[in-house]
Design a protein around this ligand. Structure first.
Ligand code: C5P
Length: 233
């Protein structure tokens, strides 16, 4: 895939106007956006319909963790909006992942991604919720990725550090979407930044999600081009 198609910009805003301004600034150069719970709740689905109508790919990051019937309903609603990717928590088990995949079937563009272990969690956090006996969070990420694959999910969301092991387990066709990237030399925000865009893709990621490195930059279009240049290295 060529680099521009691998970059998903996270529209983490609390109002539609700010999101629209950024989309205008990035123009034709950016083709994919992630809409999360903050913007969806603040602005409603109209923004998503409009992005799709403009020809943008939308990753609707719903992080679903519900009973299978409700997960299926939310995935159908996402499919009706025309989004390209939707997320379900793999920790919710094979039942909800399979329900999400079945609900996505009538929407040929829609890909179901399973969240593995959110990047802020450590082995100690996993032990707190009863997931014990792990030598690393990667063990759990790979276990969940295998479950996701068996349930028919089209890919996973994981940190750049896990992209390589995941690619080895899931094979060439799977989507591996990695948030938590920063440009080389960039001062990390409050997140533990786990890789550059180049590092993530070289490791096996199919897509990178970039948020504040672009959205909070003084010149977002220039920052987007830096991300693309990093991928082209
Ligand atoms: O940190 P940044 O602003 O680039 O985050 C963009 C998106 O990536 C956020 O919407 C967040 O959900 C996700 N993220 C993540 N793990 C991180 C950092 C960000 O899942 N360590």
């Amino acid at each position: 895939m060529e680099p521009t198609g691998q970059i998903i910009v996270a529209l983490d805003f609390d109002d539609r106007r700010a999101a629209d301004e950024l989309v205008d600034l990035l123009g034709e150069e950016c083709r994919s956006y992630k809409v999360g719970l903050e913007l969806l709740t603040a602005s409603g689905p109209g923004l998503i319909r409009d992005l799709v109508a403009e020809g943008k790919d939308v990753f609707l990051d719903l992080k679903l963790f519900e009973i299978p019937n409700s997960v299926a309903g939310a995935v159908r609603a996402a499919g009706s909006l025309g989004v390209s990717m939707v997320t379900v928590h793999s920790m919710g088990g094979p039942g909800i992942m399979a329900a999400a995949v079945a609900a996505a079937r009538p929407f040929p563009r829609l890909r179901v991604l399973a969240l593995t272990v959110v990047t802020s969690m450590t082995t100690s956090d996993l032990a707190d919720i009863g997931v014990t006996g792990l030598t690393s969070t990667e063990d759990q990420v790979l276990r969940l990725a295998r479950l996701a694959e068996a349930a028919g999910c089209h890919g996973v969301v994981a940190s750049p550090q896990e992209a390589g092991p995941l690619r080895a387990v899931l094979g060439a066709g799977a989507l591996i979407v990695t948030p938590g990237v920063a440009l080389p030399g960039e001062t990390p925000g409050e997140h533990i930044r786990s890789g550059t865009p180049h590092g993530a893709v070289a490791g096996g990621a199919s897509h990178v999600v970039v948020g504040r490195s672009v959205t909070r930059a003084a010149d977002p279009a220039a920052a987007f081009r830096l991300v693309r240049a990093d991928l082209e290295r």
